[in-house]
Design a protein around this ligand. Structure first.
Ligand code: GLY
Length: 370
C-alpha cells in the first residue's frame, strides 16, 4: 500500500484532468499554463512599480528557474530568500523581509509573489498584507500541502515559538497560481504530507474524494488537487472568518497540531511533517467521534488501517501524553480555556465545537498506539 503513494505514481498521472479556474471571494485560483497568462495579465493591468519574489533556498534552487521564464514584466524584479523550514516561520524572519523590502524601495504599488510551500505562502501573505498597510501578493504554491490548503482561503501568519499560526490575519491574494509541475521538486514525504489534507476533505466533505484517493490504479494528482481546492473554496466562501463551517477544516488538527508542536520541541523526537501529525490527529479524532457521537467502528478501523499504511506508525509514548495535552491548551480554537473539537457523526457529517474530556483524549492516543 505504501508504494501506492509513491511520488512517481502521482506525478506520472498528472495533467489528465483539465483544470478550470476556481473563483474565490475576491480572486481566482488559476492552473498551469493559463495561470501564467493570468499572472502576466494581472501584472500588465496593475502596472506594478516592482516585483519581489519570496523564496527559500529550496524553491530558489528548484522552482525559481522553472517559474521565471514565464514571467513578463516591465518593472524591476528582485528575489528575497529566507531560510526554509517551519522553524523560520516567525516574526524575526518577517522583520528580515520587511527590512529588505524597505532597502529595495518597495512601495504600495509593489507586488510580492510567494513561490514555495506553506511557510512561504503564509509568511509572505502576512508580510505583504502588513507592509505599508498592505501591498498586493500572489501565491504560487510549490508543495502539495500549500496547493490544497495554505495558499487558498486567505489565512496568513507566522508561529509564536512552537505555537503554530498564533500571529496573523485574514488577507486575500490577488490570485493563486497552481502548477502541479512544481511537485517534481518535492520529496515523496512532502507529497504524503499534503495528502493528509486531501484525506481530510474526503472524510469531512466529499467521500467520493476519499474513495478516489484509495483507488490505487487511476490516481490523477491534478484532479485530486482541483477537487480539494474546490472544496476548500466552497467552505471558505460560506464562512471566511471561521465562525462556523470553516471549522471543519480543523478536523484532525486539534490533536494533530499538539503532536506536531510536541515533536518539534522535544529534543529526543524526530520532527513530523504537518501531514504526518494531522494523520495521527484524524485517527484519534475519529476514535473520539466513535465514542461520543457513534461514528461507525468499522469505518474507524478502516480509516486507521488506511492512514497507517500510508504514514506508518509513529510511536507516541505514554510519558509524552501530558506534554501533548499542554499544547492542546494553546489551540487557537479554544474558548474560555475549553478545547473545541470538530468530530464526525458519519463520513461527510461533522459536528462542531465538541467538548472532549482529558481522559478521552488520552484514550484516543492509546487507541492510535494500539
Ligand atoms: N487550514 C485550515 C483553514 O484554512 O481554515
Amino acid at each position: 500500500m505504501c508504494n501506492y503513494f509513491n511520488f512517481f505514481c502521482l506525478i506520472c498521472n498528472k495533467n489528465l484532468y483539465r483544470m478550470k479556474s476556481i473563483k474565490a471571494a475576491t480572486y481566482f485560483v488559476h492552473f498551469e499554463e493559463n495561470g501564467y497568462t493570468e499572472l502576466n495579465n494581472l501584472i500588465a493591468e496593475k502596472q506594478y512599480s516592482s516585483i519581489f519574489i519570496l523564496v527559500d533556498e529550496n524553491t530558489h534552487n528548484c522552482c525559481y528557474g522553472k517559474f521565471i521564464p514565464n514571467l513578463i514584466a516591465n518593472c524591476p524584479i528582485e528575489v528575497i530568500e529566507i531560510e526554509a523550514g517551519e522553524i523560520n516561520k516567525n516574526l524575526e524572519t518577517c522583520v528580515g523581509v520587511w527590512n529588505v523590502l524597505t532597502e529595495l524601495n518597495a512601495d504600495r504599488k509593489s507586488l510580492l509573489i510567494t513561490l514555495g510551500g506553506g511557510v512561504i505562502t503564509d509568511l509572505g501573505g502576512f508580510v505583504a498584507s502588513t507592509f505599508k498597510r498592505g501591498i498586493d501578493f500572489v501565491n504560487i504554491p510549490t508543495t502539495l500541502l500549500s496547493m490544497v490548503d495554505a495558499s487558498v482561503g486567505g489565512k496568513t501568519g507566522v508561529d509564536l515559538g512552537v505555537l503554530k499560526n498564533q500571529i496573523g490575519l485574514f488577507a486575500n491574494p490577488e490570485m493563486v497560481l497552481v502548477d502541479a509541475n512544481y511537485l517534481e521538486t518535492v520529496s515523496a514525504r512532502e507529497i504524503r504530507s499534503g495528502t493528509a489534507e486531501i484525506i481530510k476533505y474526503g472524510l469531512t466533505y466529499d467521500v467520493s474524494l476519499f474513495n478516489k484517493i484509495k483507488n490505487t490504479e487511476n490516481l490523477d494528482i491534478t484532479e485530486l488537487i482541483h477537487r480539494s481546492i474546490e472544496i476548500k473554496n466552497e467552505v471558505v466562501l460560506e464562512d471566511p472568518k471561521e465562525q462556523g463551517l470553516r471549522k471543519i477544516l480543523n478536523f484532525g488538527h486539534t490533536i494533530g497540531h499538539a503532536i506536531e508542536s510536541y515533536f518539534l520541541e522535544a529534543d529526543d523526537k524526530e520532527n513530523l511533517t504537518h501531514g504526518e501529525a494531522i494523520a495521527i490527529g484524524m485517527v484519534a479524532e475519529c476514535f473520539i467521534s466513535s465514542v461520543l457521537l457513534g461514528f461507525s467502528k468499522e469505518k474507524l478501523i478502516k480509516i486507521k488501517a488506511f492512514i497507517i499504511a500510508i504514514y506508518g506508525k509513529v510511536s507516541i509514548l505514554e510519558e509524552d501524553f501530558n506534554q501533548i495535552l499542554e499544547y492542546l491548551k494553546h489551540d487557537k480554537k479554544n474558548v474560555g480555556g475549553q478545547v473545541n473539537f470538530v468530530l464526525l457523526t458519519d463520513l461527510e457529517k461533522t459536528q462542531l465545537d465538541c467538548k472532549v474530556t482529558t481522559e478521552l483524549i488520552i484514550e484516543s492516543l492509546k487507541y492510535y498506539n494500539s
